[in-house]
Design a protein around this ligand. Structure first.
Ligand code: MF3
Ligand code: CO
Ligand code: CO
Length: 276
């Protein structure tokens, strides 16, 4: 049985497995954190070019985050020492920024989570590096569409299985594989909280959505099979078959009528490039 809890105090809670239902002040906090997260990803659009290293992306994300009065939630999170994740080509997620330069034709996902005034804004986008072939562009666009179709199902009375199903159906229609090993998550004062937000599933299953719930939707979609493997560094998740993988992530809050996307770009750059 899913348990829900109306959040009435203002302190950082422990992870308990209950799904928190937040009020207007929390929505305002998430709005601010989410807006900053989107602005950081917006600023990367002209910066992500062939020759740029993923470490340079991390440096820019860290500087922008601190300059805005926020802290990157990933910095020193479970031993992670960077301000974002940079996942190139066959890397599914949690790619560690480093000295390797991006090259023409790569796709790179950048995932940022500024912690602003106690609230987390968690979002990622997959960027094209220079000219990218149609096969990779299609994967990136389909993954974005899958996330948006999932978000369209995020309203009171629906279940997390409805969100998952929409994502799965759209991705599998193109014969892509949806990653099972990583999920979206509840979020708020905690970075990773209940519920677990799966990206494959059956309609009507899983927790029911209620106004005040905050969570991420962040599907990872592979050109090949869904299977993944984590590298020796303990973080980098790659596709087992080495085929390309893309991801998009928004942080949302359930409202009385649907949902609010806290991490929406105010510059129309949620999909950083124009569709093919
Ligand atoms: N931002 C990621 C997410 O969407 C989590 C990254 S944790 C890290 O949940 F430690 F790898 F950075
Ligand atoms: Co997330
Ligand atoms: Co993220």
């Amino acid at each position: 049985m899913t348990q829900y809890q109306l959040v009435t105090d203002d302190t950082v809670p422990l992870r308990s497995g209950v799904i928190r239902l937040h009020g207007p002040d929390a929505f305002e906090g998430m709005r601010k954190a989410g807006r900053l997260a989107a602005q950081i990803l917006d600023a990367l659009v002209p910066f992500i070019q062939p020759g740029v290293t993923t470490q340079a992306i991390d440096d820019l994300v860290r500087t922008m985050t601190f300059d805005s009065g926020a802290v990157p939630a990933t910095l020193n999170y479970r031993g992670y020492t960077h301000s974002c994740c940079t996942s190139v080509n066959h890397v599914i997620c949690h790619g560690i920024p480093g000295p390797k330069a991006l090259k023409e034709g790569d796709i790179v996902n950048v995932d940022v989570t500024p912690l602003l005034d106690g609230w987390h804004g968690d979002t990622n986008r997959t960027y094209l590096v220079g000219e990218v072939n149609i096969k990779a562009r299609r994967l990136v666009e389909t993954t974005f569409e899958a996330m948006m179709l999932g978000i369209a199902q995020a309203k009171p009375g629906n279940h997390l299985g409805d969100v998952a199903h929409a994502i799965q159906v759209h991705s599998e229609k193109q014969r892509y594989g949806v990653v099972r090993d990583f999920c979206g998550h509840g979020i708020g004062r905690l970075f990773h909280d209940a519920p677990e937000v799966v990206h494959v599933g059956r309609p009507g299953t899983g927790p029911e959505l209620k106004p005040g719930m905050f969570f991420t939707i962040e599907p990872m979609v592979n050109i090949g099979r869904p299977d993944c493997k984590v590298l020796e560094d303990g973080w980098t998740a790659v596709t087992r078959d080495r085929a390309l993988s893309a991801q998009f992530e928004h942080t949302i809050g359930i409202t009385d009528t649907g949902c609010e996307i806290f991490t929406k770009s105010l510059s129309g750059l949620d999909l950083p490039h124009s569709p093919a």
